[in-house]
Ligand binder design. Structure first.
Ligand code: IPM
Ligand code: MN
Length: 335
């Protein structure tokens, strides 16, 4: 029996398998958490994808949730369930750290990036229409309010994680108004943080630098509009070995939902092949957020040690031969 209750959204596809792995490893590590599983299968209310009330109340009550990957519901008119969750709870900052895993070799060494993605608007505002047949318009919505919120979050993150620089990634050379407002807002917020340097970098140039010299970003917190963050975070994952390894936290004023960056991988679902690492590391971010950093360290170290211990203890996405179950047991041994 735990001191804390956390809402668990097991998710679709490989979600239930990797969520089970997380629960088993937490139990073995003695983490004082009771899980409260909820069903988030949505319904359409006036054309809007809506999450069931019990799930919403559970998340508001517990203020912390761990979420497996969710498939977008099939059927007419549904919006993405992942986005619905972000919108429902006002999860304005999506924090995506990405670190090389010692003992798992990629062409890159010493990757240590932190990317903070605006999570409620931008290219994801969902405002699209046909102007005349053959001409469509998708609105990229940028507000000063949401920009300020996420940029302040980035500065606070930089401060508490000893990163001396916030880097705004943008394309204000082309999107003069929307990205221009985002960059201008960053200049204003930066006034309140004299000890933290503000840098700006064009999105394309950032991609080039990340792919050629990722170590340049080790003391930086990147912050950017929604779609840029979606793309750059996958790029960053690619540097360290793929989406099976990268965690994330969706941070709001009242609640935080932690999730892997990857999808539900229906092609391998139910086969015991999935890598639970990304969800495990997301659960470690969650534990730190809850003030349970010691447990986070313990679990994270065991995960890293297991991956480093050789292909027989790694899942297939990491050129290994381990099943989800074998990997889970190996992590438990390494706790
Ligand atoms: C992510 C995912 C989501 C996104 C999808 C599943 C809607 O790719 O979390 O990065 O585009 O934000
Ligand atoms: Mn993505």
């Amino acid at each position: 029996d735990g001191k804390y209750t956390v809402t668990l959204v097991p998710g679709d596809g490989i979600g239930p398998e990797i969520s089970q792995a997380v629960q088993d490893i937490h139990a073995a590590a003695g983490v004082p958490i009771d899980w409260e599983p909820v069903d988030v299968t949505p319904s359409l209310v006036n054309g809007i994808t809506t999450i069931p009330k019990p799930a919403v109340s559970s998340i508001y009550k517990n203020t912390v949730a761990l979420k497996g990957p969710l498939a977008t519901p099939i059927g007419k008119g549904h919006q993405s369930l992942n986005l619905t969750l972000r919108r429902t709870f006002g999860l304005f900052a999506n924090v995506r750290p990405c670190r090389s895993i010692e003992g798992y070799e990629t062409p890159y060494k010493d990757v240590d990036t932190v990317l903070i993605r605006e999570n409620t608007e931008g290219e994801y505002s969902g405002i699209e229409h046909v102007i005349i047949p053959g001409v469509v318009q998708s609105i990229k919505l940028i507000t000063k309010k949401a920009s300020t919120r996420v940029i302040e979050y980035a500065f606070e993150y930089a401060k508490s994680n000893n990163r001396p620089k916030v880097l705004v990634v943008h394309k204000a050379s082309i999107m003069k108004m929307s990205d221009g407002l985002f960059v201008q807002t960053a200049r204003e917020v930066a006034q309140k943080y004299p000890d933290i340097e503000l840098g700006t970098e064009l999105l394309d140039n950032t991609c080039l630098k990340l792919a050629s010299n990722p170590e340049l970003f080790s003391d930086v917190v990147m912050v950017m509009p929604n779609l840029y963050g979606d793309i750059l975070s996958d790029l960053s994952s690619g540097l360290i070995g793929g989406l099976g390894l990268t965690p994330s936290g969706n941070m709001g004023e009242k609640v935080a939902i932690f999730e892997a960056v990857h999808g539900s991988a229906p092609d391998i679902a139910g086969k015991g092949l999935a890598n639970p690492t990304a969800l495990l590391l997301s659960s470690c971010m969650m534990l730190r957020h809850m003030g349970l950093g010691d447990y986070a360290e313990k679990i994270q170290n065991a995960v890293l040690k297991t991956i480093a211990s050789g292909p027989e203890n790694r899942t297939r996405d990491l050129k290994g031969t381990a099943s989800t179950q074998h990997f889970t047991e190996a992590v438990i041994k390494n706790l």
